[in-house]
Design a protein around this ligand. Structure first.
Ligand code: EPU
Length: 333
């Protein structure tokens, strides 16, 4: 394919995207970078960022993008993502505007995907509902937490999820939480599926007791994890076997504080990689992560699995498996 064809195809894709966004009255922006949209503050240019404000709008949007064969990926607060420094030629569907309101009904609470997880934890505690207070300090959206089955201090979001709302055929469809496999920091949701919200079933308890447990989790987190630095939380999963956690293993290898350009193994918790300085590079964080993996493999024979999601600019996938000339593929498997 020559450069002219590439360019024309890109223009046709852009025109189609603009039409869809206008028709659905959804904000579509150009010129954003992952460095502005992720907590690691690294990552390259994004073709388009679209920001639906309601679940209905978001469901219609992905349907139209799929019909037009325009590739997309959903982004919450970007607090568990390492996007590389390349040019990302797909549409980023930002869910941060999909905040809506909580709806309480007895022990149930319905929450949109873009709602802040720490905010949700505070709101349900105030309403005397327990079951997620351990998650209070995770700086993500509810959608992101559902996607990866976020967990901390004895709580996991999947455990309390009664139903999940997903986009199917242009509509909002509610599926039972029991249809989803909630594994350790992983679920059966697949790329190409958009999570719009959930209804959680919590346990009534004294708001003061819930708040005390939330404060306890917060102080444990403050004592053991870096705060105020640019990270994506734990970088690797803990190994499935053995008693040693990844943080402890990396720490005992003396790698706390190890550096690669703008990336560093946190001196506070060795399973956190932090970035520093203006113009920090994803490349540095990735090189450092690979160095850590190699050391752990060499010295312990353990293959660390990434806990953060790696978003590669040059990894287009389609539902058909065919390569698309402009690389504008549906990011579906
Ligand atoms: N440790 C060290 N050195 C370190 C870090 C930890 O020796 O640099 C030791 C600690 O002293 C402790 C043990 O390792 O004895 C476990 O550490 P910690 O309590 O910090 O728990 P973790 O297993 O490292 C997990 C989750 C965290 C979650 C906490 C609390 C994973 C990969 N990490 O950390 O989740 O907040 O438990 O529940 O499962 C995340 O998902 O991003 C995340 C940070």
């Amino acid at each position: 394919m020559d450069e002219t064809t590439k360019h024309l195809n890109g223009n046709a894709r852009d025109a189609a995207l603009e039409q869809i966004a206008t028709r659905l009255a959804i904000r579509a922006e150009r010129g954003r970078r992952f460095a502005e949209l992720t907590s690691l503050r690294v990552g390259g240019a994004i073709d388009w960022v679209v920001s639906p404000e309601t679940e209905t709008q978001a469901a219609a949007l992905v349907y139209e993008l799929d019909q037009a064969r325009i590739g997309w990926r959903a982004l919450g607060s970007g607090s568990n993502i390492l996007a590389d420094d390349g040019e990302h030629h797909y549409v980023v569907l930002s869910l941060k505007e999909l905040k809506g309101e909580l709806e309480f009904n007895g022990e149930f609470v319905s929450v949109p995907a873009g709602y802040s997880l720490p905010r949700l934890c505070i709101d349900v505690a105030r309403n005397g509902l327990s079951g997620i207070e351990g998650l209070g300090g995770i700086p993500g959206t509810v959608g992101g937490a559902l996607w990866m089955n976020a967990g901390a201090y004895g709580h996991e979001i999947g455990t309390v999820t009664e139903t999940v709302r997903v986009a199917r055929g242009g509509k909002v469809v509610e599926i039972p939480g029991t249809d989803v496999q909630w594994n350790y920091r992983h679920t059966s949701f697949r790329e190409g599926e958009l999570l719009l919200g959930a209804t959680l079933r919590l346990i009534p308890d004294d708001p003061e007791k819930i708040r005390a447990r939330m404060e306890d989790a917060k102080s444990r987190r403050m004592a053991t994890q870096p705060h105020g630095s640019r990270s994506a939380g734990c970088f690797f999963k803990n190994p499935p076997e053995g008693n040693l956690g990844t943080g402890r293993i990396i720490d005992e290898l003396g790698m706390k504080g190890s550096r690669r350009g703008s990336a560093r193994v946190s001196p506070v918790h060795a399973n956190f990689i932090v970035t520093e300085g203006e113009g920090a590079r994803a490349e540095d964080a990735l090189a450092l992560a690979e160095e850590v993996r190699e050391r752990v493999k060499r010295e312990h024979g353990i293959e660390l699995e990434y806990e953060v999601e790696l978003w590669r600019a040059n990894e287009p996938r389609s539902s058909t498996g065919n390569d698309d000339a402009a690389g504008e593929l549906k990011r579906k498997e």
